[in-house]
Design a protein around this ligand. Structure first.
Ligand code: PHE
Length: 342
């Protein structure tokens, strides 16, 4: 029987098969174990020779099992090493690198320029109460501006009597929030998303504005003009810019001005600071006393200017991009074409 077992061990092709052989030989009901038990029925002399022989056989089978087991393990390891080799000298696979969205890049540029002039960044919610978006800004409920803005209103379930909310139509409510939080004097800019129901080549229902607010004892339109000129020089990276202040009307500023920048369109190429064209870039004015009052700031002691510009518009002008909608389509070919993605 010795050779039978040694043959079976040699023939076991993997660890489970080998374990089966072990159980059949040395397990509780294995052949060798049963033979061990039969020793009890033998005479003492018989038992001595048969017992010794059986023990030797058991040791031999045990040793053969161990040897076969480590042999199988080596073979398995060799197979893995052959399969799973790794060439550490191969160059890595390049992974596409993400880039900052152009609007975010331009927003950062604008923030940096105003930071140099002492403006901090303020923020407000995109879902805004209609009090902050309109009433606090001197836009009464029946004011046509509420329709002009093509406002998105939030639906309220019947019986829900929380105050009405809208998607903010401009960043101007942040003026009121910032003054309520910090009081005067204050110098902040507030970049962010705004929403209006509008869609064509130069309008998307979501776009970006940046609000500016400077309130102190004696801030004037002259300082507004200087601030905006400095900003445009830095942003468009030109020596001289020329701004044109056009009298206008906003409920939250008095007086109000829309501001155009001198530019030229030659062969479809936009140049800032020269030429005979004017491009509107922002709305501005002296903050209306009603607005100061809704923000808890005393208009007899404090005054200042505010402005609001379209970030997307500024980005289009700076990078010569004709279609606003493309900004929000995440088309890599477009982003690469304008150098916004690798
Ligand atoms: N909120 C105005 C708009 O969205 C812009 C503006 C801001 C005008 C601040 C004056 C002062 O058109």
């Amino acid at each position: 029987i010795r050779q039978t077992w040694l043959d079976r061990i040699a023939a076991a092709g993997d660890a489970p098969a080998l374990e089966d052989v072990r159980v059949a030989a040395l397990g509780k009901k294995g052949e060798i174990s049963l033979k061990m038990r039969e020793l009890g029925k033998m005479s003492p002399e018989e038992r001595q020779t048969a017992g010794a022989a059986l023990n030797r056989l058991k040791d031999e089978i045990d040793a053969a099992l161990r040897a076969r087991k480590s042999g199988l393990e080596d073979a398995a390891l060799d197979a893995r090493l052959k399969d799973e080799w790794l060439d550490v000298t191969l160059p890595g696979r390049p992974r596409p690198q993400g880039t900052i969205h152009p609007i975010s890049q331009v927003t950062e540029e604008i923030i940096a320029i105003f930071a140099d002039m002492g403006f901090a960044v303020a923020e407000g919610p995109q879902v805004e109460s209609d009090w902050f978006n309109f009433d606090a800004l001197n836009i009464a409920p029946e004011h046509p501006a509420r329709q002009e803005h093509d406002t998105f209103f939030l639906h309220r379930a019947e019986g829900d009597d929380r105050p009405p909310h809208v998607l903010r139509t401009h960043t101007s409510p942040v003026q009121v929030r910032a003054m309520q939080a910090q009081g005067a004097p204050i110098r902040v800019i507030a970049p962010g998303r705004v929403y209006r129901m509008d869609m064509d080549q130069t309008h998307t229902p979501m776009f970006h504005q940046i609000e500016g607010l400077a309130i102190d004892r004696d801030i004037s339109m002259a300082q507004l003009k200087w601030t905006l000129e400095e900003f445009c020089r830095a942003f468009f990276e030109v020596e001289a810019v020329e701004l044109r202040f056009r009298a206008s009307h906003f409920p939250f500023t008095e007086p109000s001005a829309e501001v155009d920048i001198r530019c030229s369109w030659e062969g479809g190429q936009l140049k800032i600071g020269e030429g005979n064209d004017w491009m509107e870039i922002l709305g501005s004015g002296m903050v209306h006393p009603h607005v100061l009052r809704s923000a808890g700031v005393d208009p007899d002691q404090w005054q200042g200017f505010a402005f609001g510009m379209g970030i997307d518009r500024l980005a289009m002008l700076k990078y010569g991009i004709p279609d606003l909608r493309a900004f929000f389509e995440s088309d890599l070919r477009w982003l690469r074409h304008y150098g916004f993605a690798a």
